[in-house]
Design a protein. Structure first.
Length: 582
């Protein structure tokens, strides 16, 4: 039994979970994309994953269970082997002498139920659950990183000491042999798998005087994952170089490579960078999940006037949509999400990227290869001869690429790209610095999106209210009157609300999250190229004056957007101030 779109729509209308206009808009998108209505409602933030699963369970007449934060007895959990649990999204959580209760995402998966029944010899009672419950329970199969490493290192200590401390570079053959040693392979595999499971965006392997420090970047912050003996470093680096097809015996020059693995049913590409440092080679791996499906602008944190401006820009078929921010601020994800909106059968989309971070169907993606002369500029020249309607340039780094991108936007193409600037208004002087004439900027740029990522509060958050002194202190950093106006316009607070009555939220430790945060959400400012702003650019006005005019025209700054998201309970004031002040 599965819930169809009509059943779900009827129930939601009766229950009032979502307003009729929002439901009809979501239904239209579900029909256009030929996807399940429930998935659209969740991705747009109209329904939570829990609410959807509970609704489906009610319609189907199947009990719903939430396993979030529950520690399951490993003896019960292990009744279903981990590979089966991961493949079929089914976990055992409660057992009696005759019955085993299992939580599933799809209670129609009869093959999985039959397998478990034969294995345990008990009656199986299926229960519907949500993705977060399954994900959290599957984590309990994993040993701690330290325990897994400790066992390998203790057992294989002699193998790890094959390379003596302080010894000079070995031959390529020796290094290749070292990279294929079982303990080294196990350590690297464990590192990669745990990074994927823990949702890390980067792995840092840093050689020190007497040890190797391994750190993960999770939700934008680096955390120590493991400290290994220095003797383990050459084998680990050699193994990663083998995976990424890099030169094993080249230790004096930086190298870049890439490889791909599949873990827990998820395909992940690793972008590898090695750099010579005083005690050896530092290795950094960026994890790139190769599917962008399911992202929406609303899900990324866009809302209100900013969201409307981006949607209006996607309706244009000429001009430029630019995203700006530092490395790791989610610029590429925003562009891919916009591309997903634009990706219709009647348009030709071509990209030139370094690297290709997500693979998209029906999009022609080209990887920059500077070593053979395929740069952003040369690739862009070739792209415009391929009859594209929409072009994405991974990054505008130099004058030539900027000039070609502007020219493409002038000659009947919609161009999407990224730049490294601190704010939306600061993008204008950056383009001027790249020798783009002011009249070309105002003729081509449609919108500029500046963004940062802040850590998202976990479900265990704690509500509190600001004291008058705290409100006064916050007013020194942000225009609270403008924030309150937007909160009222978007019906987030009551029309007569004042700051002392507006709730904020703090992080709170829980089993789900040690620091009270889980995942990240974007804070944005969206600058529309209006007639007045065009005049200011032509007159050579400063970014401060451009931003002031944009604010008059309804643009919320990143800081203001962050405070708004703090009121919504998505993040904390401290987190917003930390990220925006960086």
């Amino acid at each position: 039994m599965t819930v169809n779109n009509q059943q779900l729509k009827d129930f939601i209308i009766d229950s009032g979970l979502v307003s009729r206009p929002e439901l009809e808009s979501a239904e239209k998108r579900a029909i256009e994309k030929k996807i399940y209505l429930g998935d659209v409602l969740v991705s747009e933030g109209k329904l939570s994953e829990d609410d959807l699963r509970r609704t489906e369970a009610y319609i189907l007449g199947i009990p719903f269970v939430s396993l979030k934060g529950q520690k399951i007895d490993f003896e019960i959990l292990s009744l279903i082997p981990e590979p089966i649990a991961r493949k079929h999204n089914i976990v055992a959580f409660k057992k009696t002498a005759t019955v085993l209760e299992v939580a599933m995402l799809d209670t129609d998966d009869l093959a999985a139920i039959e397998f478990v029944k034969k294995k345990v010899g008990l009656k199986i009672l299926p229960r519907l659950t949500d993705k977060e419950s399954i994900k959290g329970t599957l984590l309990q199969y994993q040993k701690s990183l330290k325990a897994e490493f400790g066992g390998i290192i203790e057992k294989e200590a002699s193998a790890l000491k094959m390379v003596a401390e302080g010894e000079e570079a070995q031959s390529e053959e020796d290094l290749k042999k070292l990279a294929e040693d079982l303990p080294v392979v196990k350590i690297v595999d464990t590192l990669l798998n745990h990074a994927i499971i823990q949702g890390a965006s980067d792995i840092h392997i840093e050689p020190m005087d007497t040890q190797v420090v391994i750190r993960y970047r999770i939700d934008g912050l680096l955390h120590d994952a493991m400290v290994l003996p220095k003797t383990a470093a050459p084998g680990i680096v050699a193994r990663i170089k083998v995976l990424a097809s890099l030169k094993l015996d080249e230790k004096r020059l930086p190298q870049d490579g890439r490889f791909k693995i599949e873990s827990a049913g998820e395909k992940v590409a690793f972008r590898v960078s090695t750099l010579p440092v005083y005690y050896g080679e530092k290795t950094v791996m960026r994890l790139l999940r190769e599917s962008v499906s399911g992202f929406t602008l609303e899900g990324l944190g866009f809302h209100g006037a900013g969201l409307e401006r981006i949607y209006a820009a996607t309706k244009q078929r000429v001009g430029m949509i630019l995203t700006t921010g530092p490395t790791g601020s989610g610029k590429s994800t925003t562009l891919y999400t916009i591309l997903d909106i634009l990706n219709e059968p009647d348009v030709n989309i071509s990209t030139i990227e370094d690297p290709i971070e997500y693979q998209m169907t029906r999009v022609n993606q080209t990887q920059v290869k500077t070593e053979i002369g395929l740069t952003f500029a040369s690739g862009l020249r070739s792209l415009v001869r391929q009859d594209p309607d929409i072009i994405m340039v991974g990054e505008i780094r130099d004058n030539e690429t900027a000039s070609l991108a502007v020219n493409a936007a002038l000659t009947g193409h919609l161009v999407l790209s990224t730049l490294h600037t601190n704010s939306a208004a600061a993008t204008v002087p950056r383009l001027l610095d790249m020798d783009i004439e002011p009249f070309l900027i105002v003729s081509t740029v449609n919108v500029i999106i500046a963004q940062r990522l802040v850590r998202r509060l976990a479900a265990s958050k704690e509500k509190y209210f600001l004291s008058p002194a705290e409100v006064d202190a916050l007013k020194k950093s942000v225009d609270l009157d403008r924030v309150m106006k937007v909160l009222k316009e978007e019906n987030i607070v009551a029309p007569n609300a004042v700051w002392k009555d507006v709730p904020f939220y703090r992080s709170k430790k829980s089993e789900e999250s040690e620091d009270g945060y889980k995942g990240r959400v974007g804070i944005h400012e969206v600058l529309k190229m209006s007639p007045v702003i065009r005049d200011l650019i032509m007159k050579g006005e400063t970014p401060v004056q451009i931003e002031a005019q944009a604010k008059k025209e309804g643009m919320s700054t990143m800081l203001e957007d962050g405070i708004l998201k703090s009121v919504q309970g998505l993040t904390t004031i401290e987190e917003v101030l930390r990220v925006v002040s960086e």
